[in-house]
Design a protein around this ligand. Sequence first.
Ligand SMILES: O=C(O)C1=C[C@@H](OP(=O)(O)O)[C@@H](O)[C@H](O)C1
Ligand SMILES: C=C(OP(=O)(O)O)C(=O)O
Length: 447
Amino acid sequence: MSSSQTKRPLSSAKTGPISGDIRVPGDKSISHRSLMFGGLAIGTTKVTGLLEGEDVLATADAMRKLGATVTRDDDGTWHVTGVGVGALREPDSVIDMGNAGTGIRLMAGIVATHPITTFFTGDASLCKRPMGRVADPLSEFGAQFITRDRGRPPMAVIGTDEAKPVTYTLPMASAQVKSAVMLAGLNTTGTTTVIEPKPSRDHTERMLRHFGVDVDVKVNDDGGRTVSLTGPVEMKAADIVVPTDPSSAAFPMVAALINPDSRVIIRDVCLNPLRTGLITTLIEMGGDITITNEREEAGETIGDLVVTGKNRLKGIVVPAERAPSMIDEYPVLAVAAAYADGETRMCDLEELRVKESDRLAAVAAGLEANGVIHRIEGDDLIVTGGVVPGGGMVETHLDHRIAMSFLVLGLGAEKPVSVDDANPIATSFPNFEKLMGDMGAKFALHS
Ligand SMILES: O=C(O)C1=C[C@@H](OP(=O)(O)O)[C@@H](O)[C@H](O)C1
Ligand SMILES: C=C(OP(=O)(O)O)C(=O)O
C-alpha cells in the first residue's frame, strides 16, 4: 500500500454471535506464484480465484514490466501469457512491490538468473525488511545486489547469464528464501538444491510440478527436506484454481470461537498440511472446528471449515516446530489466547520480528493497550486469557495482520478496540470489513 495514504482509524465492538457461510479471498502465496509462474511459462495460464489484494496486484505489474501479458476479465478470471524461462525483458522503470515480502523476494530469485538489471522498491514497511536472506544465496549463482541500510530495499538486482547451480541450507525456516533459490535454479544449467531443516510451505514445489517442472523432494532423517531441480527448464502454461487463504480464514475462525453461539462455514480453504498449524492449535485449545468436503485441486488439498463458538477455549503450549505452518497466524492466535482460560505459550517466534512489522512487539503493545496480561520471554509470547477489557488504540505499523487481529479482539471485549489504520488490510483481505460486517461484526470508523 502507499505509505503516503491518509490513515483510516477503525474500531470494533462487542458483537455477540456471528453467523455466515462465506468464502474468504484467494490464497496470497498461491496467487503470487500463479502470476509469476504463468509469466515464465510458454502459453497462456488461466487463473481463477486470484486474490485481488494490493500485494498480488504489485506482482501482476512486476510480471508485465518483465514482458508477460497479464489481463483480467470482467468476471475476475485472470490470464497470463508467459515469455518462457530465460526470456524476461529488462524493465524500463523501477518495480514497486508495495508491502509484499513474498513478492520482492520471489521476484529477486526469478530475475537473478536472467541477464537483466531490475530495480525494486516498496512501501515504508517493505523498505525496513531484510533482503540479505535472499541476496546471500542468489549471489552464489553469480547475481549482484545493491541495497541500502545493510540489505534493505530499494534494491537493484544485476542478473547473471552464466549462473552456477547452488546447494543452499536455509539458516531459517522460510518458504520465501527456499522459493527464491528454486526460482533462480529454473534458468541455471545444473542441479539447484535447497535443504530446509524445518519444512515450510511447499506451494512453489507443488506449483512448479503443475507447470511441468521435475522437482525432487526428499524427507530427511531429521524431518527437514531436500528440494532440488535441474535447469534450465521449460515451463508449460497450466490453469490454476486458487483456493481460499487459510491465513485470512483465521480471522472469521477466531471471531466465531470467541463469541459463544456463533456458527460460521468457510468454503474452499487451502488445507495444505504446511499451512494448517492454526487449525491444529485451535482444536487443541478446545475450539469446535470441523473440516468437511476435503478434495484436491491443482495440486493442493482444499476443504470447508465449520466453526462454532460452543466451547470455551483453554490455554496450551504451542510447540516451536509448529511455527512455520502457522507463521502469519500468531497475531490472531494471541487474540484467541486472550479469550482462553489460563496461559497460552507460543514458542520461538523470532521470525515474527521481520514481518511487515516487528509482530512480536506490535502484538505485545496491542495486548498491553487493551488490558490483556502477557509477557515475552526470549522469543516466546505468553498470554493469560479471560475477560478482555479493551478500550485501547493499537498501532498497526502498515501491517494488515495486526490491524485485522486487533479488530477481532474488539468483537468480544468489554470496551471497543481501535486500530490507528485499517488501510493495510487491502494488501491481503480487501473485503474483510464487509464480509465480517455481514456476519454481524460491529465495526465503526474511529473519530
Ligand atoms: O512463501 C510465502 O508465500 C510466504 C512465506 C512466509 O514468509 P517466510 O518465508 O519469510 O517465512 C509467510 O510469512 C508469507 O506471508 C508468505
Ligand atoms: C508476512 C506476510 O507477507 P509478506 O512476507 O509477503 O509481506 C503476511 O502476509 O503475513
